[in-house]
Design a protein around this ligand. Structure first.
Ligand code: LLP
Length: 428
């Protein structure tokens, strides 16, 4: 078997030139040599090109793109999106502080999530965020209370659960009845009446988010119909809705996936909004993965080739603590050689050094690789570094951002001292 020409699905900014994988105009091998592995490499041009698709889709409309920073919250990544005009979707007090440090206008922050604490609410109110996406009736009452105590009014949307099947992995599907997220659309009108009567709240909008890695247009169109039905009913009850937040969720190409392009998706959604008379309403969206997922790769070094009766294992220096998606969701990430070899390839399970059978990065992959070679794990920009852990006391990887010929280290490799800093050994 000869190695097929490697490709990185959906990642045109990571391409082969003269037999070398490049990140824009920088050789990935040079970055691995200089910064060590595992190493996350991001292309700023890829990020801006993904954002441009949304911006084209919304040309001439009132729209705010709030990057869902849970996908990847490195400060330099946030700065890139913020400086390009984005707001940020946050889900914790920690993300709020990161967002502020990245220089975002607080009025462009949307605070999502089912479990906001009073402390988080207080800080968000004090800095003047744009909107709280409230997910339950008890949360409405607590936010009202917190706002009154500060002498402020909290801008809110209710996250409604449209009961639409996003047709994605059950762990990342959020818009169905059985999910913990949002307020059932059948209860939404009553919840809006309740919210409008609370003096510490100011109803601004409506919100929904039906899931992640969505590759079809129809769930979005169905959710939009349901949300617009609600807007109609809520406004008929005398409660104006300034903005409609359609959440995030658009998928990316990991392995031959064919999600709609952001501009094509929004062309259809805006046509529906126009047809129903809401075309001039302010739109908010919260995309995460579709802005950063295919703007990143993770480079790892092959440590050992272990051949066996049932399986061959390629043991590499990245693991489930760096790239948790395969272990958590059986997710597929393409794995390609940084400098392809000619000659015979074999079939391998690519696994990490962590002491768990679930520590695999790819199964049954055809690769021609030797110890010391570098491999690139593709589509690693979203939900990899942001979900990384220090399991097995492994330091988290370094991250670099490439801009044309330039490289910026945007996070140093985590040392064991960094990890031990907060621990207090017993002294007797
Ligand atoms: N808004 C809300 C309220 C969300 O819960 C999420 C993602 C987003 C926006 C952004 O969704 P995106 O555009 O990235 O699909 N760790 C999983 C994905 C979890 C998504 C959680 N919520 C994974 O690696 O696939």
């Amino acid at each position: 078997m000869t190695s097929p020409t490697p490709t990185l699905p959906g990642q045109p900014f990571f391409a082969y030139r003269n037999g070398q994988l490049m990140a824009e105009d920088v050789a990935v091998a040079d970055l691995a040599r200089t910064h060590g592995t595992p190493l996350f490499i991001y292309s700023q041009a890829a990020m801006l090109s993904a954002l441009a698709a949304y911006q084209r889709g919304f040309a001439g409309r009132q729209a705010l793109i709030c990057y869902a920073m849970k996908a990847n919250s490195n400060l330099a990544i946030l700065q890139t999106f913020v400086q390009a005009g984005c707001g940020l979707d946050i889900v914790s007090g920690g993300e709020l502080e990161r967002a502020l440090r990245a220089g975002v206008d607080p009025a462009k922050i949307i605070f999502s999530g089912v479990g906001k604490t009073r402390t988080e609410m207080r800080r968000a109110l004090q800095v003047g965020i744009g909107c709280f996406n409230v997910e339950s009736l008890p949360e409405l009452d607590v936010l009202n209370d917190v706002a009154i105590n500060l002498g402020l009014r909290a801008p809110i949307s209710l996250r409604v659960n449209p009961d639409v099947d996003a047709k994605t992995h059950p762990y990342i599907s959020t818009g169905l009845k059985g999910n913990k997220f949002g307020i059932a659309h059948t209860d939404a009108l009553a919840a809006y009446r309740h919210a409008a009567a609370l003096p510490g709240l100011h109803v601004k909008g409506i919100d929904c988010h039906i899931g992640s890695q969505i590759t079809e247009t129809s769930p979005y169109l169905d959710a939009m119909d349901r949300v617009l039905d609600l807007v109609q009913a809520i406004e008929a009850a005398g409660i104006p809705i300034e903005h409609i937040d359609f959440g995030g969720g658009l998928g990316i190409d990991y392995h031959g996936d064919t999600p709609p392009a952001a501009d094509a998706l929004w062309q259809q959604l805006l046509a529906k909004l126009d047809a129903r008379g809401y075309g001039q309403r302010k739109i908010v969206i919260e995309p995460g993965r579709s802005l950063i997922g295919n703007a990143g790769i993770c480079v790892t070094e092959v440590l050992y080739g272990k051949t066996g009766e049932a399986k061959n294992f390629l043991i590499v220096d990245a693991a489930m603590n760096d790239l948790p998606r395969p272990a958590m969701y059986e997710a597929y990430h393409a794995i390609v050689p940084v400098t392809p070899r000619t000659g015979e390839a074999s079939t391998w399970d690519v696994v990490g050094p962590v002491c768990e059978s679930g520590d695999w990065l790819g199964r049954d992959r055809t690769l021609n690789a030797q110890p010391g070679d570098w491999l690139a794990v593709a589509s690693a920009g979203a939900y990899c570094m942001s979900m990384a852990s220090t399991y097995n006391t492994r330091g988290r990887a370094a991250e670099v951002l490439v801009r044309g010929h330039q490289t910026h280290v945007i996070r140093e490799r985590e040392s064991t001292d960094d990890q031990l800093r907060l621990e207090r050994p017993l002294t007797d």
